[in-house]
Design a protein around this ligand. Sequence first.
Ligand code: AMP
Ligand code: MN
Ligand code: MN
Length: 316
Amino acid sequence: MKIIDEVKGAMTIAISGHIRPDGDCVGSVMGLYLYLKKALPAAEIDVYLDKPADIFRCISHIEDIKSGFYSEKEYDVFVALDTTDDRLGDVETIYRKARKKINIDHHVSNRGCGDVNIVEPDRSSTAELLYELMDAEMIDEEIAKAIYIGIIHDTGVLRYSNTSPRTLQIAAELIKFGFDFSTIVEETFFEKTYRQTQIMGRSVLESVRFMEGRCIVSMVSRRMMEFYCVTPKDLDGIVNQLQSVKGVDCAIFMYETGTLEYKVSMRSNGKVDVSAIAVKFGGGGHVRAAGCTMNGTYHDNINNLSIEIAEQLENE
Ligand code: AMP
Ligand code: MN
Ligand code: MN
């Protein structure tokens, strides 16, 4: 199947991804946008997404993204990438009105929310899946760069277990376009601002291990975010840092989003299916990386999550 066959004849197309977009989301959305602009020059194409982090400024035409502006248009086609409809945020209303809905994703928790569903949980990233749906001869350096960013962000730069031989083949095809992949990896994935480094340090310092060191948890309150002048975008990578502690099977990181409301991120080494846990609390994700929003006090939330983790580890 090729994406171009699914959008043939469409004069108006909308593209979007999940709220609080990560690298895979931004890379996929922009990769598809650049591709369709080239393939269908006469079509009107709009991209809706929460404002991406500044690190993604290296992606061509990123300034075309409409954030916080939502039209009443009824699009011929709406492509939702790296997400389910309930994580589209305010754009969900536009999605509902679209004449044809296409859902492209790799989350194991996604049952498909479009008229056309291309959901492949074995894919490292939505960006990888998107590459397969493109005609190779239409891909150029800018499209390749966007897709490459998507892949490296969801695979921890091609090192998590979701990286397959095919992922590496695609990465090889992409870097042939000649963009400066090394700088992109450094500047979008590894480099942290001083404030980001400080809040990461504080989170690690205040983390607590439990279940004989098999679990680790840390939290950032709204007051802490104000103190360090950071926003949720600055907290990326903290949960991965916690997960890399020797002996840890499952890491939990949460930050306060409102009164008694926390955004929860979980990571595991595969011994715990964190997607199953996230789904129980209204979220989703992958076996080794998942998230959800939880209401209640920090300690209530840890309690509720640890019951689920303990149950899985006992049945191991
Ligand atoms: P995070 O820790 O928020 O970066 O999320 C880890 C993985 O789980 C990513 O693939 C997210 O897209 C996914 N995820 C996070 N929150 C949710 C949610 N509420 N529903 C579905 N998937 C989620
Ligand atoms: Mn994502
Ligand atoms: Mn993804």
